[in-house]
Design a protein around this ligand. Structure first.
Ligand code: DQA
Length: 152
């Protein structure tokens, strides 16, 4: 009998200020806390039979360190760069350096907000972007990422 395939390892990274979700501008970002969002992500991961590891950091370097640490064993990443979206050159370069696909997510639709918020230097390096769906941006991105990794 064939060996079962190893479970895909997915990294979920949340950038600056996302630890304040739930109380931070709920009319824009919704009322769900970050741990509630992580719970939805973990529920879906169980349904899809993949492993997820999540991290929130307010510092770009911590996000880079986690991406570097996963270079040999992470299969794909979902990243909400938050306030690093426009100027995160380190994140942009890192996404290009790692061998696995990274999908950018935003809770809000950044294209429909202030003009300065619309340009994403991180998105330019990412495999794709999901935005404007609230917490469902994460689950939509996770479904797509797993499908891409399994089917190419
Ligand atoms: C955000 C949008 C960013 O412009 C903002 O800086 C954030 C959150 C979102 O998820 O909608 O912190 O990434």
């Amino acid at each position: 009998m064939a060996e079962p395939l190893p479970r895909l390892k997915i990294l979920v990274l949340h950038g600056p200020n996302l630890n304040l979700l739930g109380r931070r501008e709920p009319h824009i970002y919704g009322s769900m806390t970050l741990s509630e969002i992580d719970e939805r992500i973990r529920d879906l991961a169980t349904e899809l039979d993949v492993e997820v590891a999540t991290l929130q950091a307010n510092h770009e370097g911590a996000l880079l360190d986690r991406l570097h640490a996963g270079i040999d064993d992470v299969d794909g990443c979902i990243l909400n760069p938050a306030a690093l979206t426009q100027y995160g050159v380190g994140l942009h370069d890192c996404i290009k350096a790692v061998p696995f696909p990274v999908i950018e997510v935003h809770l809000s639709n950044i294209q429909a907000r202030e003009p300065w918020r619309r340009q994403s230097i991180v998105g330019e390096a990412a495999r794709g972007s999901v935005q404007g769906l609230g917490w469902r941006s994460y689950t939509a991105a996770l479904r797509a990422l797993v499908e891409i990794l399994r089917q190419g």
